[in-house]
Write a protein that binds this ligand. Structure first.
Ligand SMILES: Cc1cc2nc3c(=O)[nH]c(=O)nc-3n(C[C@H](O)[C@H](O)[C@H](O)COP(=O)(O)O)c2cc1C
Length: 200
């Protein structure tokens, strides 16, 4: 697997350092059912406010349901469709806007993001690649798949195996090889007071 390990000041867990959002999927290598099950179990066991588990996922398998998969692909922006069409699995993460008892749940998107990250980390551990996408038409996918109003469509994602490095298409090479970067720690993490940068 082509790796783009995060540059960290200190060693972190390999699955975290090595997770990255690739675009070059192997279209001929489906995701095994037990691996999909493992991804969903990882998401299911994410933490959530009051244990309410606000996440819901819609899953489309290209080989099993090509027509539905194509309709889901059609909800992505053109830029995302250009590479996502190779992925054998498409997912949509939705967040319940209400708790079980009907009160509004402001943490629904937060908890759903945690579940998606758990899924992405499990994928990394299994040698799979996940790429989350905000670039999709939420109204269109809601209408296409009759998603109830109380669920917010948060992100779509591709899941699959990476293409062998010598098969990465030319049009993807630049982005696949671009270095990963993050703001310095001091700009995101404050000790005690806002703006008081963390210093190791
Ligand atoms: C909620 C969310 C939405 C994203 N939307 C898109 C998208 O529409 N298209 C895309 O190519 N990448 C998208 N990304 C991927 C990010 O660009 C990527 O995670 C970021 O650049 C960091 O790269 P890394 O995941 O490889 O570390 C999205 C990621 C997240 C978490």
């Amino acid at each position: 697997m082509f790796r783009k390990k995060a540059l960290t000041r200190i060693e972190i867990a390999a699955v975290l350092a090595e997770r990255w959002s690739g675009r070059a999927y192997d279209p001929d290598r489906p995701v095994e059912r037990d691996k999909l099950l493992a991804l969903l179990e990882a998401a299911r066991w994410a933490p959530s406010c009051f244990g309410d588990q606000p996440w819901r996922y819609l899953i489309w398998e290209r080989l099993a349901e090509p027509e539905r998969w194509r309709r889901a692909l059609g909800c992505l922006t053109e830029g995302n469709r250009r590479w996502a069409f190779r992925a054998p699995l498409l997912l949509l993460a939705c967040a319940d806007s209400r708790f079980r008892d009907g009160r509004p749940n402001p943490w629904g998107p937060y908890d759903t993001g945690a579940a998606s990250m758990s899924l992405a980390i499990e994928a990394m551990a299994l040698g799979l690649m996940v790429h989350q996408m905000g670039g999709f038409d939420a109204g269109k996918i809601r209408a296409e798949f009759a998603i109830p109003e109380r669920y917010e469509c948060m992100a779509m994602m591709t899941v699959g195996y990476q293409l062998p490095e010598d098969q990465i298409p030319d049009e993807l090479k630049e982005r696949e090889y671009a270095p990963r970067s993050r703001r310095p720690l001091a700009e995101s993490f404050f000790m005690g007071e806002w703006g008081n940068s963390f210093e190791p």
